[in-house]
Every structure is written in structure tokens, then in C-alpha cells.
Design a protein around this ligand. Sequence first.
Ligand code: NA7
Length: 534
Amino acid sequence: MVDTTENFDAVVVGAGFGGMYMLHRLRGMGLTVRVYERGDGVGGTWYWNRYPGARCDLESMEYSYSFDDDLQQDWNWSEKYGTQPELLKYANHVADRFDLRRDIVFDTKVVSAHHDPDRNIWTLTTDTGGTATARQLILATGNLSTPQLPKIEGIANFTGRTFHTGLWPREGVNFNGRRVGIIGTGSSAVQAIPQVAEQALHLTVFQRTANFSIPAHHGPLDAITREAHKEKYNEIREAAYQTPFGIAKYGSPTQSAFDVSDEERQKTYEQAWKTGGQALLFCYTDLLTSRKANETAAEFVRQRIRETVKDPEVAELLCPKDHPIGTKRLCLDSFYFETYNRDNVRLVDVKETPVTKIDKNTVVVGDNVFEIDDLILATGFDAMTGAAKDIDIQNGTGENLAGHWAQGPQTYLGLMVAGFPNMYLITGPQSPGVKSQMILSIEHHVDLIARLIQKLHDEDLNSVVPAALAQDNWVSHNNEVANSTLYPAAASWYMGANIPGKPRIFMPYVGGVKQYRATCQDIIENGWRGFEFE
Ligand code: NA7
């Protein structure tokens, strides 16, 4: 039998923003690299999430690569917040510009990755029957890339069209004249609902948890603003590293919500509301640590909802009361609450009585039956761990990753896992990733991984793996930091709470980008403390 195994220095799983930059970086170091991507194009999140209204909730001038100055100077974002089509265009531009495609195999899912400790080699198999080996394995599999389909009785019997926001058809969907139902009111739904409502004959929104949302106030990005930003691009990027969330625009607040009078606080919130975006959460130091402080911002937003939504009962249903503001991802919207004033939109509370079953063309909630033609599942993702756990990853000494993470993810810095040598995560759990400007955190991790691999090469070392104790300490630290905030108070995907049976552990690192980068720097200066080299 002919051995068709292909051999590389490194294999990267995923060609989203993480995988693309990792490929570019490793190739620049002279390594042979293979990237596997399950989609037929680059872009990750922005390849899959094509639902109407999909756009980034961070401003495009910041949410973009910084690693190449010509790239950031040449590219012109047309809108304040990048739309999905523009972000996908950008990803394709980067792939072309750096000639990335020749090392990416598309339409191919990695099924397994097994480590051979004697040879120090990873062997991967794919769903197309391919096999590849590599010394280095990089999981650039994304944090929100495993769509979660709710297990509702009868859902398979639904005779209409069903769409998940994270698996949206490339050709788009026409809802003209259709009665549409949407389950979920997270960020994806908040963006999609106003647009679907404009097209559909009727839209029924099935809401389990009301969400806080702030107007995005997005619009065209004028050339003057864009060029002014470009003139100071590197300075602005540097400033972002010194902030809690890696966003230059949102530095650390300096005073408590109670250092000011009620009137002044109200004025500050009004200003933040007018500015739009996440500004509201950055008004005071204690909004994410003190319930009392948080409640001032939460109530301010509830008041705006009550002012916007004409039917007081609907308004009250839309007012989030079961979690502090900001502890679930704060949504940015364009006329979300206004949409509930339309005659063709109905809000159905499924908190008290969940969706009981779905049948041919109906959604049943207790005694109420809703007839629909199309069903949109805006039901989120098996966040942060789903994609990596989907691959059968075995370390060759009797452990697999899914088992190692059975009680919740355990990593060192969100970058590597004890017991799994030469296997790296890009923005893995217990790193700031999803609680930061993602591309900034991706670039940081890619650079750290590249430095580790360079060190192995320069010092003729076989492998690197975190020490179990260093990992345990980091996990404990992550939990301690999270527990000093309000974040764990929400049943969020950060906690794994949206997946039945998933261990509830707060997954992102919320000590802030500035602190995290300082910790990493200190670790490196101390001989990569906590990493074991062989
Ligand atoms: P999210 O934020 O996880 O939202 C999923 C929504 O779906 C949320 O409102 C859920 O309610 C709801 N949901 C999930 N399952 C059900 C069932 N069975 N019945 C009723 N409602 C359900 O996902 P998104 O795609 O909106 O956003 C993900 C991230 O992408 C976002 O944070 C941004 O970072 C970009 P719940 O709140 O769990 O009660």
C-alpha cells in the first residue's frame, strides 16, 4: 500500500483570522505549513455568519490586523462597524495579498490528531481521508464556531425552512411573504431581527432571556476620520495594549459610579448612549464589580427600552432583570427595540414556559400554537471549547483533550495544555480572547506561539509543554479573577451555561489585556516560566 501521508513542520486547523496569520508567520520563519479549513474559503466567523445584519460590534479601524503596516494603510473600511460582507472581503484580500491559499486545504475537516511521544510527532486525519504529520499542531479553531442546535421535541419534523445564524446560506434567504419564527435573542438575533422583520410577512420572536442592547449608531466611515486614524495607527495600536479590553477607544475608567452625583451619572450615561457602542460599560470603574453600581447602568438602559417600546407589557418583557449589564455580551443594535413597535412582530416569552415542541409548521409553547413557514435558530454556539473537543485529540500517553477538559477547560495562559506537547491554542479558554478585541489577542497569541517554536528550533529542542502545576495555578487565578467580578452572575456562554450538561466554569480571562500581556512578558523574561522544554 502506498503511504500518502504528507509531512509538515506545522499543521494549523482553521483558516479564520487566527489561522491565516499563523500560516503567514510560520511561513516567514521558513517552516513548511499545512492549514485545514472545513469551509471552502477563508474568514472563519465571517465566512459562516452571513445572517442579515451581521456585523462586528467593534469598530473596524481597531478590529483589523496590525502586523503589516502597508496592509493597514492600504485597506479602506467603508463603515464604522464592519459588515460581514466587508469583513469577509478583507479576509480574502489578506489571503490574496500574502498568497496564503496555496497552503490551505479547504472543504476539509480534521477528525483526529494523535501524538506519538517517541517520535514527537502529531498525526492528523481528515474527513476526506487524508493523513498528515507535523511536529507542531496549532488549533485555530475559533471560539464561536460550533453552532448549537436546540434539542426541542419534534424539531426534525418541521416542514418549513430552518436556518442557524452561524450556518447561513451563502446565497442569502428571501423572507418575503413568509411567517418567520426566531428562537434566541442574543447578539446574532438582535442584529437579524430588525432586518428580517422588514422583509417577512410576520415575525415571532421566542425570547428566553431578555438582553441588554445599546444603539450602535453605525454609519459610513468618512475619509477624514479614516485618514486621521491611519496617521496615528501604530500609536493607537500601542495604546490598545494598555487597556482592559484591547480597545484603544475604551481606556480604564478612573472613578466609581458613586463618586459622582445622580445627575452627573445620568448625563454621563446619556452621553455614552448617544455615542453608542460599548462606551456605557466604560463609564465607571465598578460597573462590573459592584451590583449596586451596575444597577445604575442597567436601570438607565431599561428606561431607554421603556421609552422606545410603545406597548408597556412588551417593553417590560424586553427589560433584562436576571443578570447584571455587561455580564452577557452587551449587544449593539440598529433599531432592535423599535422593531417591537411594528404590527408584524410579536414577542413570545419562553422563559416561564419553554418551547414545548415543534411540529410540521408550528411552534408550540404551552397551550399556544404559532404557525410559521421558516424557523431561524439564533441559538448560539458551544463556545470556547466546542471546536477543539470535536476533534479526537490524543496525547499518546492515555489522555484525550475532551477527557482532560471534562470538568471544564484547563490551559496555561489559554495558549497550551499540560500533557499535550507542541499543541497550541489561539485565544483559547483562560485567555482574554473573547473578552477583548479578538484580532489584537489573536496577533498576541500567534506571536507567542511563533516565539516558542523559534526557541525550539534555535536551541535544538524537541518539545514544549506547560507544567501541570503552572496550569493548575493559572486556572485557579483565572477563576479567582472571574469571581472578583459580576461575570459569573449570568448564565452566559462564557460560563458554558447555554449548553445542557456543560461544566459551569467561567472561561475567559477577565484580568484585562494590559495585565495579561504584562504577565506573559514576565513569564518570558523569566525563561518561559511554567513551560517545560525537552
Ligand atoms: P448567544 O449569545 O449564545 O445567544 C443565543 C440565544 O439563543 C440566547 O438568547 C439564548 O437564550 C437562546 N436560546 C438558546 N437555546 C434556546 C432554547 N432552547 N430555547 C430558547 N432560547 C434559546 O449566541 P449569538 O449567536 O447571538 O451570539 C454569540 C456571540 O457571537 C456573541 O456573544 C458575540 O460575541 C458574537 P439564553 O440567553 O441562553 O437564555
